[in-house]
Design a protein around this ligand. Structure first.
Ligand SMILES: C[S@@+](CC[C@H](N)C(=O)[O-])C[C@H]1O[C@@H](n2cnc3c(N)ncnc32)[C@H](O)[C@@H]1O
Length: 395
């Protein structure tokens, strides 16, 4: 039962939420800064090399942070997952035609851990039905692939016909009434990387119809139609945590160390935006972050003053004739430095929050009478969204 894991993570995340449930960019945080001067000092003092080192080594980061936030040790332990048992199932030659290499490796890994139940498959939000191809070719059972985009259905159907695979494509909206007709009891439903509410809708409908089995790899938890996260399980609904879409993005924010060129571009863009934000707060006496739209990267070549003029026009703000742009640029650069270090701090909560969301799904399925298994189907470099939730209806 996953209820224990969920409750444990829930308690730890609730206790530590001031350290992860804020937006570093907007500067509407600081609840904990006064209480933890040494933690702030340590973060501020990290040079670029140390920052990159900790970004690449969450264990070392957790170890260091535990002197101020002891829960991080338990949070790391509670979010470990084991690799699911794998069987090598090599599809016949030619099945991989047109499938990008990394995707192909993910498909083999996903299929390799999939229990073989001898049931027909439903592939939810299938794209071109790459997964369905592998399933139908290696298990010799028919696949129905439901996908929103007609062009992807057409592509998939042509390939399936050419390869002689028993696949049927259905163009449909996963949220529409009519689509639920494809979810039936004697079936193994699958969804690889169906975003947010798309996989949630599948799990809910499978549970409602008591489908025999379902296996998903969740992703894009923030792509939901409601304003905030709606917990699925009874335990989740009792949680004190309220997750906004921005909170739900945290599991996907794996900060990787980029090359120098990308880092420099990011530094210019982000420090300009933060500098303009500090300037507008001062001018308008505002305490809130003011989002400025995306723009052509070439705009940043005009320098900070040029960016401020553009942003002010976009937001209908009149800039005074004389402004100390150098000062506001430096404010932006200082905020950038701090934002990067706050993002590092949040990294240690990234996988725990993802596991909270995953266990909420697992508990929901357990509540609905399923035996559930959660584990990874591949290592991180292949895809960071490497978790499978598999559920089989108890007899
Ligand atoms: C991230 S892709 C995953 C595709 C495939 N499962 C894979 O792993 O390659 C998500 C797919 O969901 C489809 N999709 C988005 N909204 C949908 C909806 N409302 N109903 C059905 N499919 C949808 C998209 O067109 C896209 O092909």
């Amino acid at each position: 039962m996953y209820s224990e894991q969920f409750s444990h993570l829930d308690r730890l995340l609730a206790e530590t939420r001031e350290f992860w449930q804020f937006m570093p960019f907007s500067a509407d945080y600081a609840n904990w800064e006064a209480q933890y001067p040494e933690l702030c000092q340590w973060l501020m003092g990290l040079d670029e090399h140390a920052l990159a080192g900790y970004l690449a080594d969450t264990e070392a980061l957790a170890d260091k942070l535990s002197q101020w936030i002891p829960q991080v040790v338990d949070l790391q332990a509670a979010s470990q997952l084991t690799m699911l048992e794998k069987v090598d199932r090599l599809p016949p030659r030619g099945i991989d035609t047109g499938i990008p290499g990394r995707k192909w490796q993910q498909l083999l890994a996903f299929n390799g851990v999939m229990p073989q139940l001898g049931l027909p498959w439903l592939e939810w939000c299938s794209g071109k039905g790459y997964l369905g191809r592998v399933l139908s070719a290696t298990h010799q059972t028919p696949v129905t692939s439901l996908e929103w985009q007609q062009a992807l259905c057409d592509d998939g159907a042509v390939a399936a016909k050419r390869l002689g695979l028993p696949m049927t494509f259905v163009q449909g909206d996963a949220f529409a009434e009519e689509s639920s007709a494809y979810i039936v009891s004697r079936q193994h439903a699958v969804a690889l990387h169906a975003c947010g509410d798309l996989h949630v809708s599948l799990l809910k409908q499978v549970a409602a119809k008591q489908g025999q089995a379902v296996s998903i790899s969740p992703c894009c938890y923030h792509l939901i139609r409601d304003k905030e996260y709606q917990p699925m399980s009874a335990l989740g609904q009792q949680s004190v945590l309220r997750l906004s879409k921005l909170d739900l993005k945290l599991p996907l924010q794996e900060t990787v160390t980029a090359g120098n060129r990308v880092r420099n571009l990011r530094f210019v863009e982000v420090s300009y935006r933060l500098g303009f934000d500090s300037l507008q707060r001062d001018l308008l006496g505002e305490e809130r972050y003011l989002p400025v739209p995306n723009c052509q990267k070439a705009l940043f070549n005009d320098g900070f003053e040029g960016f401020c003029r553009w942003a002010a026009e976009k937001k209908g703000i009149t800039l005074p004739q004389s402004l100390d742009y150098r000062y506001w640029q430096q404010c932006g650069e200082q905020r950038y430095h701090w934002v990067e270090r706050l993002e590092l701090l949040r990294q240690v909560f990234r996988r725990p929050l993802e596991m909270w969301l995953v266990y909420d799904r697992a508990c929901f399925l357990e509540d609905a009478g399923y035996a559930v298994t959660v584990g990874t189907f591949c290592d991180k470099p292949m895809t960071p969204r490497n978790i499978m939730i598999h559920a089989e209806r108890k007899q």
